[in-house]
Ligand binder design. Structure first.
Ligand SMILES: [Fe+2]
Length: 155
């Protein structure tokens, strides 16, 4: 089993234990949707696809595990580190990259490191592409405009 699938096993275990079926549905859609968008962005930007997918799968795990989105980026970074420590298959640099990206992912107006930016952009992509007919949240409009440019989708 590769490292993406090892992390997925833990994410699945947490999500399967969610009591509320509608919240569970949202969690699967969002975490795995963001993970796929992370893969696409990492391929486009020639960055590490494996770490990008793993950051996507874990980025909101705290919110869904605890049904609490308060300060979820920072608490989520700590929870992700616990999960990665338990798995014991990542080196310190890899754990730092993933956890810092999760820590920063709510600051959509700031620009951080390559993985932080992939994660923030993937979060926006999943929100917008879930239903492109919905209005785009104000704090996500600028990033989505840049993504349209990056993917040559401007008409
Ligand atoms: Fe998210």
């Amino acid at each position: 089993m590769d490292r993406i699938e090892k992390v997925r096993t833990i994410v699945d275990e947490i999500l399967l234990n969610m009591k509320d079926a509608e919240e569970r549905r949202c969690a699967y859609l969002h975490l795995y949707g963001v993970a796929q968008a992370c893969a696409m962005l990492a391929l486009k930007r020639n960055e590490n696809v494996e770490l990008s997918v793993i950051a996507g799968m874990l980025h909101d795990i705290y919110s869904y595990a605890n049904m609490d989105s308060n300060n979820h980026a920072h608490k989520g970074a700590e929870m992700a580190r616990d999960i990665l420590n338990t798995l014991n298959i990542f080196n310190e640099d890899e754990k730092d990259l993933i956890c810092v990206a999760i820590w920063n992912h709510s600051d959509k107006s700031m620009v951080h490191g390559w993985l932080d930016e992939i994660l923030k952009d993937a979060d926006v992509m999943q929100h917008v592409l879930y239903n492109p007919l919905f209005d785009i949240k104000e704090n996500e409009q600028k990033r989505f405009r840049f993504l349209m440019k990056e993917f040559d989708l401007e008409h």
